[in-house]
Design a protein. Structure first.
Length: 91
């Protein structure tokens, strides 16, 4: 059975939170870390997951669970252009 978009999004969100839980409190992760974690092949297919990872990160931003950063500072989805990092939301 093929995975639905929502199932993929849920797996990506779980991978984001799981990777962050295994890192230091102030650490951030790269979306490629998440894509590689979730991808089940041995080739470069993880690259196709990069945009879904970014969408999953923005969903978690909206839920108040993570922040997306550039240059160490939080950015909004509209501000983000180019490489991003994901970290736990600062309280």
């Amino acid at each position: 059975m093929a995975e639905t978009d929502r199932q993929l999004a849920q797996r990506l969100e779980a991978a984001i939170t799981g990777l962050l839980e295994r890192r230091a409190e102030a650490a951030s992760i790269c979306p490629s870390d998440v894509a590689r974690e979730v991808y089940e092949g041995d080739d470069e297919g993880w690259r196709e997951l990069m945009e879904p990872v970014r969408r999953a990160a923005w969903h978690l931003v909206a839920a108040g669970q993570v922040e997306v950063t550039q240059g160490g500072r939080p950015v909004t989805e509209a501000e983000a252009h180019g490489p991003i990092r994901i970290r736990r939301a600062r309280r």
